[in-house]
Design a protein around this ligand. Structure first.
Ligand SMILES: Cc1ncc(COP(=O)(O)O)c(C=O)c1O
Length: 505
């Protein structure tokens, strides 16, 4: 008969620490407790413990294990982890979608092994710049002239004229003295916040509750004391800063356009409060750069308050259609991050096609053509929001280009996405950990290359998908509130028109 205590423990652990275990926990054992203090004299009272062997009468597998020295069961551990994800529907199976770039084919993609043609509704290549001829040509020419890879870190052979040109262009776009590029904006946010938070003596960080994982990680890595204020709530930020230590460095960290809800923060108010308490503002404009403001510098530019943002972070991977991320700010701050952030220093620099493509894209979106693209983009967004409303389908009250349709339950939202795919529309189901459990949604990002006809087809397909999966609607909106998600609709805000241009191309 196995010892009920030792038999339940990891066998290698018992082998190595059995005696110590008995000394520490033996008094909980009904047999050993009678004599555990003089273990050695009284141990024979226990049928499992014989002279000189704490596990001599242990179960057979246990004694075999002692001989085998069996290693840790890595596969079992990973299997259990994956199983837990599958059980709560958060296990991810990536769709194979090859987005087409050719004129007339965009925004379609070939999906799955059968290469079915579908319309893509969830890409963050918001304005289609990844396939714009000027951007493509710049990338191809750069490959021909300089090859595909950077060849090293910025310090060792990876810094070119184009690298510095791109940084100068980003600095100009944001009206800042300096900019620094990173492999992605995830890295930019993580590297900058962790470095500043660690470096600034006694720094406290104030972080919006809705912040993206990249900022959360950066703040964690800095090990600075952090204070989380309610999402986009300047009053709560003020309360926290009011209680903050005087004379110590502080960072206030938040996003302008929220990636999953489409909310836009009260930028001016939040920056003003941060400055009142002597804090620096770190503002993530990832879902705004290229899309808002006369030159596409983001919400800061649109509202004429770029100067209130001390450090802006942005991505080259969404509206700019490439890959990479950046920060822009004062020369000294940028030089400090350049000199001290491991996430910047110890990695291969961005490659020539990405540098050239990004430069071309930033210039394109700062031009008249960029303004036309932005106007068409907003027109399509408005058309989708209104079409959903007319069809009685639910939507969250987004004031930006992101159109979230709430469908509670990871299983339900996946089923609706699948029904849409069958009808030729690809939109990814968004679930935990990207959003909290219970806040699952489809996140639509219509672009200037979608047409009103495509949107009509999408809304018809979505209506059918709701029916097919027995999700009732037309009942979502009651007294201005969404029944399903108990969120309030503010239609006057939702359909406010930042660009009063006609729908026509
Ligand atoms: C708000 C926000 N910040 C930062 C990032 C990271 O940007 P990147 O894709 O360039 O790593 C994302 C990515 O989705 C994001 O949504």
């Amino acid at each position: 008969m196995p010892c009920p205590f030792l038999g339940s423990l990891n066998q290698a652990f018992v082998r190595n620490y059995g005696a110590a275990l008995m000394k520490q926990y033996g008094n909980y054992c009904p047999i050993i407790s009678r004599g555990f203090r003089s273990l050695g004299q009284d141990e024979t009272k226990c049928p499992f413990i014989q002279e000189n062997s704490i596990v001599s009468e242990a179960p057979r597998e246990m004694t075999e294990d002692i001989v085998d020295r069996s290693p840790y069961q890595y596969d079992k551990f990973f299997h259990d982890q994956i199983n837990a994800k599958k059980k709560d529907y958060s296990y991810r199976v990536f769709r194979k979608v090859s987005r087409l770039a050719a004129e007339g084919a965009y925004p379609k993609a070939l999906e799955g092994s059968a290469n079915n043609r579908v319309t893509v509704w969830c890409a963050n290549d918001y304005l289609g710049t990844s396939r714009h001829p000027a951007v493509q040509d710049a990338a191809v020419s750069a490959i021909k002239a300089y090859g595909t890879g950077a060849g090293g870190t910025r310090n060792i052979a990876g810094n070119s004229q184009m690298t510095e040109q791109l940084e100068a262009e980003i600095a100009k776009l944001h009206k800042k003295p300096a900019a620094l590029i990173f492999s992605s904006c995830y890295v930019a946010n993580d590297a900058t916040l962790s470095t500043l938070g660690k470096l600034l003596p006694g720094c406290h960080i104030y972080s919006d509750a809705g912040n993206h994982a990249s900022m959360i990680q950066g703040i964690r890595h800095s090990q600075a004391p952090k204070h989380i204020f309610r999402h986009n709530d300047p009053n709560h930020l003020r309360e926290m800063l009011e209680a903050s230590p005087i004379g110590v460095p502080k960072l206030v960290v938040f996003e302008t356009v929220h990636s999953m809800s489409g909310a836009i923060c009260p930028l001016e108010e939040m920056c003003a409060i941060a400055h009142e308490y002597g804090a620096l503002t770190f503002v993530d404009e990832v879902h705004a750069v290229g899309l808002y403001g006369k030159h596409g510098a983001g919400i800061g530019e649109e509202r004429g308050i770029e100067h209130m943002i001390d450090i802006v972070s942005g991505t080259l991977g969404k509206a700019f259609g490439n890959v990479g991320g950046y920060i822009a700010g004062s020369s000294l701050l940028v030089d400090t991050v350049r000199s001290l952030a491991p996430g910047f220093i110890f990695t291969t620099a961005l490659p020539p096609p990405v540098l050239a493509g990004s430069l071309a894209s930033i210039r394109l979106l700062a031009s008249e053509e960029g303004r036309t693209l932005r106007a068409k983009h907003q027109a399509m967004v408005r058309y989708l929001k209104l079409s959903l409303l007319v069809a009685g389908l639910p939507q969250l009250p987004s004031v930006s280009h992101i159109v979230p349709v709430p469908i509670k339950g990871a299983d339900k939202v996946a089923l609706v996405a699948e029904s849409l795919m069958k009808r030729g529309h690809y939109v990814q189901a968004i679930n935990y950990p990207t959003v909290a459990r219970g806040e699952e949604r489809l996140r639509f990002a219509p672009g200037p290359h979608h047409t009103p006809e495509m949107i009509d087809q999408l809304v018809t397909a979505l209506t059918e998908a709701f029916h097919e999966n027995n999700i009732s609607f037309n009942q979502f909106i009651k007294n201005g509130a969404c029944r399903e998600c108990s969120m309030e609709y503010k239609f006057d805000v939702m359909y406010e028109e930042p660009y009063k241009l006609p729908l026509a191309a």
